[in-house]
Design a protein around this ligand. Structure first.
Ligand SMILES: O=P(O)(O)OC[C@H]1O[C@H](O[C@H]2O[C@H](CO)[C@@H](O)[C@H](O)[C@H]2O)[C@H](O)[C@@H](O)[C@@H]1O
Length: 248
């Protein structure tokens, strides 16, 4: 298969293996705290880490992702790229996010509850979850009102049943992945393989150089990824094939 041949080629060039978390390494659940990394995925990632550098780029906080993954050797970048890079002023980002959190809670708490939304503060970003919304129309209008109440420094973008809010000047996942490969201690400029399933992964796909491999988990008509995996469950298959090649 062409995809496997391409995978073999890029693996020969010792890539960084980078992954999104929710919807890619773990199945989507009703609420973020219910998510569990499938043990087979975690074990495969741990073993892969013996052969290649592994990185996780997630919209969650680093601590949250680290506790769900238990991968001592993986580099974890959190908050959509805003947390975990050396030159990021994390304290300044957290201060902005804290203000927005307070503003939202002050003016919209009752409506958030009425709509069945859930506000998640992850330090360097916020998420408003709509998966369990009781009235889709009311929820949509409420999100619009919240966006309008936030300052221009708050960058809002949608994801899977979610509105993400991050400081406009924070690095995104693409900037983070480019930073990781450019500053790799053993092999600066090594290529990357990246798997992701959501809108916050599209920036990585769009800004990937031609020698990287990008894979969208769950096909999407407008994705810029070069390959796709049909379902989240296929990610395990990808990890095992990759491991098989690296062991040769
Ligand atoms: O970049 P990711 O690792 O994919 O993180 C993106 C967001 O993932 C989480 O929300 C998503 O997964 C939840 C649990 O499966 C689901 O309930 C929600 O609808 C999804 O959008 C996480 O809670 C967010 O903080 C991340 O931004």
């Amino acid at each position: 298969m062409a995809a496997e041949r391409d995978l073999r080629r890029i693996l020969a060039r010792k890539p960084l293996l980078a992954f999104d978390y929710d919807g890619t390494l773990a199945p989507i659940t009703g609420r973020p705290e219910q998510t569990v990394t499938p043990p087979a995925i975690r074990d495969a990632l741990r073993t892969l880490g013996l052969y290649a550098p592994v990185a996780i780029l997630t919209g969650r906080s680093r601590d949250d992702a680290a506790s769900r993954l238990q991968l001592p050797d993986a580099r974890i970048i959190g908050n959509h790229g805003a947390e975990g890079l050396p030159d990021t002023d994390t304290a300044a980002l957290q201060a902005q996010v804290q203000q927005w959190d307070a503003l939202i809670r002050q003016h919209f708490s009752a409506d958030i509850q009425r709509a069945g939304l859930y506000l998640e503060n992850k330090g360097c970003s916020l998420s408003l979850h709509t998966r369990l919304a009781t009235d889709a129309n009311f929820a949509r209008q409420l999100l619009r009102r919240i966006r309008l109440a936030l300052p221009a420094s708050a960058y809002c973008f949608a994801g899977k049943c979610i509105l993400n809010i991050v400081p406009f000047n924070a690095p995104d996942k693409a900037a983070a992945l480019h930073h990781l490969v450019a500053n790799d201690q053993d092999m600066p400029g090594r290529p990357a393989i990246y798997l992701g399933d959501d809108l916050n992964d599209e920036v990585v796909f769009q800004r990937a150089p031609a020698h990287w491999m990008t894979i969208r988990v769950g096909p999407h008509r407008h994705s810029a990824a070069r390959y796709y995996a049909r379902r989240q469950q296929d990610v395990l298959w990808f990890l095992l094939i990759t491991l098989n090649h690296l062991r040769r």
